[in-house]
Every structure is written in C-alpha cells, then in structure tokens.
Write a protein that binds this ligand. Sequence first.
Ligand code: FES
Ligand code: FES
Length: 169
Amino acid sequence: MKRLAQGARHRVELTVNGVKRVGYAEPRMLLSDFLRQELGATGVHVGCEHGVCGACTVRIEGIAQRSCLSLAVGVEGQAVQTVEGLAGGEGGLSDLQLAFRRYHALQCGFCTPGILVSVSEFLERFPEPTEQQVREMLSGHLCRCTGYTPIVLAISSVAAERRKQSSRA
Ligand code: FES
Ligand code: FES
C-alpha cells in the first residue's frame, strides 16, 4: 500500500451520486468529513463519529457503510452514493422518501439520511422483508424521536408497493 505523508493534503477522486468529484484530504480525514466539507454533501450527517449511530451511512460500491469508519483516501476511485443521490427523477422525492413523509417517519430528521441510504440497499437484498427483518436492519440506526414504528411502516409500505408494481409489469 502507498505510504501517504501525514499533514499533507492528497487529491481524492470519487464518483459521488454518479458524478466524478475531486477534493483534497489529509490521510486521517474521515470519509464523512470529506463528503461534507470538501464535496458539500451535507446530507451525510455526523453524530457519534465512531460507528454507532448510523447517521453517516452512505453506499460505497453499493454497500451501505458508516462513512465515519472509512478514511477518504481509502476510498479513492470508488463510487459513493449519499442521500442526495436517492431522489427520484428531476430531483423529486423517491418512493421511499415519500413514504417517510406520508408515515411521519421522521421528526428532527437527523437520523433520516443514514436510514434512507441503508433501506435503499436493504430493500434490494430483501424485497419482501418481514417486520422482524426491518427492525433488525433498523437496529443499526439510532433514532431519538420516532420510536421506530412509523419508520417500520414506511419501509414495509414501500416494499409492498414495489412488489405490487413488479407483479403488474
Ligand atoms: S457518525 Fe458514523 S455511525 Fe455515528
Ligand atoms: S427523527 Fe430525530 S433522531 Fe430520528
């Protein structure tokens, strides 16, 4: 592995939400800070900064991961998706985001971007999740406001609606 000089800023190129982006990071800079401070992706929220709360979750090469547990220089050249990349066509809200609004699945909204990103991956892997599976997935995210039930309802409703649509296709 290439040794990087501490203190120096290094060029880091990522594909963020489908667009090539370049910024500069010291070797110790967290991916979460890089996305927010260098690339302006402030939908990436930072809570605990040690992998517990899930607020900073992004998809790296399609896999939902805590961005506070990766170094920016460590993901050089990779594809990252943040909550900003989840919107539907022409900047409208996705079905998932609309369901969160419909079911009041957010209050302060601090946890919401990370949850939305995790759910986007989760529903690809589990298109027909049980409530237990949804709750297990949510156990990786701290929400201090909602009590989780509206979030479970929103996710389950999206899964059901997508199943209905794909059975019609
Ligand atoms: S800020 Fe990354 S898990 Fe809490
Ligand atoms: S909506 Fe406030 S922490 Fe989840």
